[in-house]
Design a binder for this molecule. Structure first.
Ligand code: ARG
Length: 561
């Protein structure tokens, strides 16, 4: 039963659309007030009446028997649903839809490009990218769930003078076997050595520039090395993406736009937006608090922003997006503000469809990070440590578990993802392996454990069989769980509108906590059959919704832990 729809169809106020009524309906924080509330303040003007009088009038309407009670309280119209009817309706829907529960087609026909992860070639995949990748991938999956045509783009950092340095370093100190065996770690070592040596031998920088120019000019030796570095890096990150259940539709990175920038520069020139500044070409802004956006350096080299400009025109042409999101840390706030403004100044009204989905920084409880100095913590190591630690806990708690390694992987990796998606994205995170792996509190293992609990219960008690007595879930703990389930779709919607996957994570926590309270309050296994059936039905629904929601976050659901 779609309660909001029933309310909106019953209430008829001139000049107020059904959609407006639906979007005005709220869920009161205090359950005792009702299940839905419609604030009537907004209608006072249109109806020339006091809000509470409006509420009183509306309370008298016939809402198709959907509600147990409709009441006017302080300008609000409060609706109380018949708990047993609602429970049956919601749980039936979850069971019937199964994996599809939560899916919608609200996004049909709309395209959303999501630029996320966007790792840098020959550089480590570290914890900062983990936050970025988790947020971006969750958004990608949420949009798909809501029927959008989501395009995941990995805007690889595969251009820049560092590749010249890397070639010089490789030719001087590199060892092919070592690098093939150790991958990015091998590349990082020689990159760090380059910076150390260049302090004493600054001429190395010139050599690096020379080799970078060779890449640009298409010199075979230079290009072969460049593609080799890229290949090595991508093989490594692909392994990580598999573990995180992350996929992309495009890996068009910075170098992809090499031949697409001239057109942008020309257009900027034509539109008289370029200014000469000591030989460099820049776009100046009216608001002179914002520094100019550099389009070309004095030596003719293009910049990160030039590539982003070329990329956005390519994306608009290729995908005709309705929105293009850039999931990138807040350190790059200025960069995005600048070039978004440039697009606007070029006269494209779709500049308003570009969003910098900024996120915070990750630091480790013990350790400073700097790629240049080489003391960076690889995500792979963090994941592996978490998996090992998860395995230890499993060995203690459930030594007879069959697929311990598989479950340890699911729990260890899931714990890290969960920690990334637990807070509003803009918050900085201090990461602690032990905290994220705790089985208590608001953690990945806690929600996975709840899922496994549902599963064991269903295995032990068997499926729902025979009559269901909904009196079995006519209590506060169960009502709370059902109410949470009923918010699932709205949660996905809000997460997509605000670009905030943490809303889904919090939803999962609320559902798990609600279920655990229900589990301890209500006897399930030994209840009389009809009552037991109602409780098993609830358990089954919780299991399904946990699974659907966790899947969107990229977190696996082991059946046993
Ligand atoms: N590779 C960049 C970095 O690691 C992020 C790229 C973000 N995407 C973009 N279109 N600028 O900082």
């Amino acid at each position: 039963m779609d309660y909001k729809k029933i309310i909106s169809e019953t209430i008829n106020i001139e000049g107020v659309s059904q959609e407006e009524i639906i979007s005005s309906i709220t869920l009161p924080k205090d359950l005792s007030l009702g299940d839905f509330a419609l604030p009537c303040f907004k209608f006072a003007k249109a109806l020339h009446k006091a809000p509470n009088m409006i509420a009183e009038d509306l309370a008298k309407l016939d809402y198709k028997g959907a509600f147990e009670k409709v009441e006017a309280v302080n300008g609000y119209l409060n609706f109380k649903v018949d708990k047993k009817v609602q429970a049956k309706q919601i749980l039936d829907e979850v069971i019937e839809k199964g994996n599809e529960y939560g899916k919608s087609n609200i996004g049909a026909g709309k395209t959303i490009c999501i630029d996320f992860s966007s790792v840098n070639i020959a550089k480590p995949f570290h914890m900062g990218h983990m936050l970025n990748t988790s947020i971006g991938s969750a958004l990608y999956k949420i949009y798909k769930e809501l029927g959008y045509n989501a395009i995941g783009i990995n805007h690889l950092g595969d251009w820049g003078t560092q590749f010249g340095k890397l070639i010089v370093a490789y030719k001087k100190w590199g060892n092919k076997e070592d690098i093939e065996a150790r991958g990015v770690r091998g590349l990082l070592d020689i990159y760090v050595k380059f910076h150390k040596e260049a302090e004493v031998h600054p001429e190395l920088e010139d050599e690096a520039r020379h080799w970078f120019k060779n890449i640009e000019d298409g010199n075979k030796e230079a290009l072969d090395l460049f593609y080799w570095f890229k290949d090595i890096t991508l093989k490594e990150v692909d392994k990580i993406y598999k573990r995180l259940d992350v996929t992309f539709d495009s890996y068009a990175g910075e170098s992809f736009y090499n031949d697409k920038m001239d057109a942008v520069v020309e257009e900027l020139e034509q539109k008289k937006l370029l200014t000469d500044s000591e030989g460099a070409k820049v776009v100046m802004f009216e608001d002179d608090k914002m520094p100019p956006c550099i389009i070309k350096k004095s030596d003719g080299a293009t910049l990160y922003a030039t590539r982003d400009l070329a990329a956005v025109f390519y994306r608009k042409k290729t995908y005709n997006f309705d929105k293009c999101l850039y999931v990138v840390a807040y350190q790059q706030n200025l960069h995005f503000k600048q070039w978004f403004k440039v697009v606007e100044m070029m006269g494209y009204d779709w500049a308003k469809d570009l969003y910098h989905v900024a996120h915070g920084m990750v630091s480790l409880e013990n350790g400073a990070l700097s790629t240049r100095e080489g003391n960076v913590v690889f995500l792979e190591d963090v994941l592996n440590t978490c998996v090992e630690k998860a395995k230890k806990v499993i060995e203690e708690k459930n030594p007879n578990l069959e697929n311990k390694d598989e479950v340890a992987e699911q729990v260890g990796v899931g714990a890290v993802i969960f920690a990334m998606l637990y807070n509003s994205r803009i918050k900085d995170i201090t990461f602690s392996e032990d905290k994220v792996l705790s089985f208590e509190g608001e953690t990945g293992p806690y929600v996975q454990y709840t899922y496994a609990r549902c599963n064991s219960l269903l295995e032990k008690c068997g499926d729902v069989e025979g009559d269901i007595d909904f009196e079995g879930i006519n209590n506060d703990a169960a009502a709370e769980v059902i109410r949470t389930i009923s918010k699932y779709q709205d949660t996905l919607m809000e997460a997509s509108e605000r670009f905030e996957p943490y809303l889904v994570t919090r939803f999962v926590v609320e559902l798990a906590q609600g279920f655990n309270k229900f589990y301890f309050d209500c006897n399930i296994a030994n209840a009389e059959q009809g009552i037991k059936n109602a409780r098993l039905l609830l358990t089954k629904a919780v299991k399904q919704v946990l699974q659907n929601a966790l899947k969107l976050l990229g977190i696996q659901t082991p059946k046993k832990m």
